[in-house]
Design a binder for this molecule. Structure first.
Ligand code: GLA
Ligand code: ZN
Length: 676
């Protein structure tokens, strides 16, 4: 049986192909991996040039030897398909595999992650290689999953991609007339007379047709997912039934990861936060990584445990400043992954290479290759700790609150040209609402607007500007059935093609919110309005909507400007539930107070009641009747938590009652439930 979801995986990217002339080092790697508590490696990610040194000539011997040697040492392999970087011969023989940039310049050989995903040659070459890899290794007991390519991203403007884009549009719109209508091309006389004139958006060409911009991004994302599916099919053609994953990148803007939902059997992601920057606190940054981790978990419809495929064991080299992780941070940031439902802690990279642009990127082993280093000890400590947590592996995260984050909505909002060209701040808004819950110790899922709302009690849909499919209907139904919905300014303005709705907005949701919007005031940086709610004053910035209430009641009003006295926070009873509307952007002080009051009313409680200092949060995983609580102190200094109930420390078995002390960056795991 595979160890996937049975034991926490610990390991990372391993590049023995950089050391094939050093058998001594390859042998030493095995011994040192054991010492670090490594039980998994990702192998062959950039190995195409070794695996197919000449066109059609395959040599898998290094993989064969490494997989076997690792397996004999109880180290499992997540085997990569090498499509993240191509061999030199291919670029020169088949220039069509090279991307064309938006400005029309064709790229030369170099870099990585820069192939045309449409190119029949690239697809054929990777098919031939993947199929053979599967034939050879899919049945090996040491191989537990496929790592398809590496960090998919980017786009290609070559003629083949443009043609595929037109096919995508023909399929979607059926006729040029429909496309012209949905893209509103009568504007500025940009009407298309024939399909051949439809070109991808470009800086020196068309870029003001918002429907085009959005569809191009959709196309690029789907074409990438289609390429990933193509690789999966090649592996299956080689007889593989192993799960496939691909390392995603959190809130990376270039792809709509929902497009990968049906392709990936297992979600994994890479996480590289800039700890200790001083620009924001580690706690504030932890909110962002927590939010991204929850989004990643929800990419898969069943929200099953996922993998942290990459993180750095020490520093990166590509961040603006490469700060060392302070003592405790490596453990805390590693266990944060577990706290959000990951079944692994994996790194880039096992051993530092001697050349190339990542020669100074952190690794478990530095150039001196000794184990007597702080980094190695930190890593080994994580390895040991994970071993003791085996029972938690495979457990689920099942929050009652959810944030709607939709990548297509993000593309459209950020391209909307008004009301704030200098920063509409959608991501920040998502993270702010999420962050308020995080501070309250209320776990949340992060899902796109096409996902099911069934398991939730509280749905938070900030700035849901673009409405796809039946989302308005489903949100209304959710409230009607007793759920609590939170909506904000900039909701329900355009259809899925970024075409403004006719009639009152939020479109199809004026009934559930019991109001409609008349206009929105955009504030300059430094300008503000204020409101008072429950006797406390709060600042409002950036976006202030003027709304008219039909059935909703005002809970708070604007205090200043010509719209002073008009509603800014409203609630509407609808069916058995309630819909709140925040007409203006408020700060964390308001969001925290607001959710502190409304979440419990909605039936959503913190996973541990008690007194928590700023910067401390709790998340929860469950298995059967056991609940595992990850209490995390993101402050550099000590923190005292006072839980309201008696729990058991999962690792020591000691009861925890009264005060619970956490050192700076400490994480403790408590258990609730049948301890038998
Ligand atoms: C990404 C890539 C890795 C490596 C790391 C460095 O995550 O997938 O190959 O380049 O970044 O941080
Ligand atoms: Zn292309």
């Amino acid at each position: 049986m595979s160890i996937l979801h049975q034991k926490f995986l610990h390991g990372g990217d391993y590049n023995p192909d950089q050391w094939l002339d050093r058998p001594d080092i390859l042998e030493e790697d095995l011994r040192q991996m054991k010492r670090a508590g490594v039980n998994v490696v990702s192998l062959g990610i950039f190995s195409w040039a070794v695996l197919e040194p000449e066109e059609g000539k395959y040599d898998f011997s290094f993989l064969e030897e490494r997989i076997e040697a690792l397996y004999n040492n109880d180290i499992y392999t997540i085997l990569a398909t090498p499509s993240g970087a191509r061999p030199m011969w291919m670029a020169y023989r088949y220039p069509e595999v090279l991307r064309v940039r938006a400005d029309g310049v064709k790229e030369q050989m170099g870099g990585r992650h820069n192939h045309c995903y449409t190119s029949p040659v690239y697809r054929k070459k990777i098919w031939e290689l993947d199929r053979r890899l599967a034939e050879k290794f899919a049945g090996h007991p040491g191989v537990i999953a496929w790592h398809i390519s590496n960090e998919f991203g980017g786009a290609c403007w070559c003629e083949k991609c443009q043609e595929a884009f037109r096919e995508f549009l023909k399929e979607k719109y059926g006729s040029l007339e429909a496309l012209n209508r949905e893209w509103w091309t009568s504007f500025w006389s940009h009407r298309y007379d024939c399909w051949e004139h439809v070109q991808a958006p470009a800086p020196h060409g068309e870029n003001a047709t918002h429907g085009l911009n959005l569809d191009w991004k959709r196309f690029c994302s789907r074409q990438t997912a289609d390429f990933c599916a193509w690789e999966k099919k090649a592996l299956e053609a080689g007889g593989s039934v192993l799960p496939v994953t691909s390392n995603l990148m959190g809130f990376y803007d270039g792809l709509n990861y929902t497009d990968f939902r049906d392709v990936l059997d297992l979600v994994s992601w890479d996480n590289y936060p800039e700890w200790h920057s001083g620009e924001k606190s580690d706690a504030a940054l932890a909110v962002e990584t927590a939010c991204a981790a929850d989004y990643m978990r929800c990419i898969h419809g069943d929200r099953a445990p996922f993998l942290l495929m990459e993180s750095t064991p020490s520093v990166t080299n590509w961040q603006r400043i490469s700060r060392l992780k302070r003592p405790g941070m490596h453990m805390l940031s590693s266990l944060q992954a577990l706290a959000h439902g990951a079944d692994s802690v994996q790194y880039f990279q096992w051993r530092k290479g001697r050349g190339g642009s990542e020669k100074f990127h952190g690794a478990v082993l530095d150039h001196d290759a000794t184990t007597d280093t702080r980094v190695f000890r930190d890593v080994a400590q994580v390895g040991r700790r994970l071993e003791g947590l085996e029972e938690i592996c495979g457990s689920m995260v099942r929050p009652k609150a959810v944030i709607l984050f939709d990548q297509e909505n993000r593309w459209a909002l950020e391209d909307s040209f008004g009301p704030r060209v200098s920063g509409i701040h959608y991501m920040e808004t998502i993270q702010a609402h999420y962050g308020a819950l995080w501070r309250l110790g209320i776990p949340a899922d992060v899902i796109d607007s096409g996902s099911s709302l069934e398991e939730y009690r509280l749905v938070i849909a900030p700035m849901l500007y673009l409405l796809k499919g039946d989302i308005a209907e489903r949100l209304s139904h959710f409230v009607e059935q007793g759920g609590t919905l939170i909506g904000t300014y900039q909701t329900g303005l355009v259809n899925e093609n970024d075409l403004c709705f006719e009639g009152r907005v939020p479109h199809d949701m004026t009934a559930v919110f019991g109001l409609h919007r008349e206009e929105i005031d955009s504030l300059w940086d430094g300008q503000s309005n204020h409101t008072c709610w429950n006797g406390k004053e709060y600042k409002l910035t950036e976006l202030c909507e003027r709304v008219y209430l039909s059935t909703a009641s005002a809970l708070a009003v604007y205090q200043e400007d010509f719209y002073a006295g008009e509603p800014v926070l409203t609630v509407n009873s609808y069916g058995r539930g309630r819909a709140y509307y925040m007409a203006a952007r408020a700060g964390m002080d308001f969001l925290q107070d607001f959710y502190g009051k409304t979440a419990p009313q909605a039936g959503v409680l913190p996973c541990l009641k008690g007194v928590f200092p700023e910067g401390v949060t709790v998340t929860m995983r469950t298995k059967g009747d056991r609940e595992y609580l990850f209490v995390q102190n993101w402050n550099p200094g000590d923190a005292v938590v006072i839980p309201e109930e008696e729990l058991t420390d999962f690792e020591t078995g000691e009861p925890v009652e009264g005060q619970m002390w956490l050192a700076g960056y400490e994480v403790r795991i408590l258990v609730r439930g049948n301890c038998g």
